[in-house]
Design a protein around this ligand. Sequence first.
Ligand code: SF4
Length: 205
Amino acid sequence: MEKVLFEGVIISIQPRIRLLRSFDEGAHSYLGYALVVADNKSEQNLSIGIGVGAQEKHKFRVGLTISGSCSSVQYPHTESVDFYRVSKLKILTEIPKDSSFPPWKTIPPTLPVYRERGPRRLSARTYESKCTSCIWGCKMAVEIIIDQWNPGKRKYRQETFCYGPKNCVLYASGPTRKVPGRKGMVFEEEDWVDEMRTSNREEDD
Ligand code: SF4
């Protein structure tokens, strides 16, 4: 597979999570981290998946200039990033940490921290306009099994979520998510699902 060389500033680092939906059930796979690099060579923003080990080693955050090589993802409909299989990662320059918030632009926590905190749905428009640089935002690749008796019938889409403090002033939930099922049935994921997923946290946690 052809390798793509990149070099540029990290403008986003968030968890890379896949969500498998089957009507009213959902299972998250915590795969690693998703970087967005403003690439000097192509003059495009490249979304690049990295593993937990790479993040533990380099402690990437928004503002670092990095270089490396990566490959295009093989099955784009199942991914929230365009590239993965990264090698030759190097940090070239650092700027001082930006500790203003929201959005939070620090080194993201470990994946078990995200898992324990739990997500709330986040308006796609708010995500794109305010949350792409926040460590608590996440654009998940979603795979939907339409009919559990015919598991080959699937749909793919992306959904945006927030793992951050519930009282973040930038937060907007957006419309409830609808999950298609067999024989035209639709499951509507109402607010109580988010409340349940994040019930272990106070408003400012
Ligand atoms: S809404 Fe969530 S993702 Fe967006 S800035 Fe606030 S904490 Fe971060």
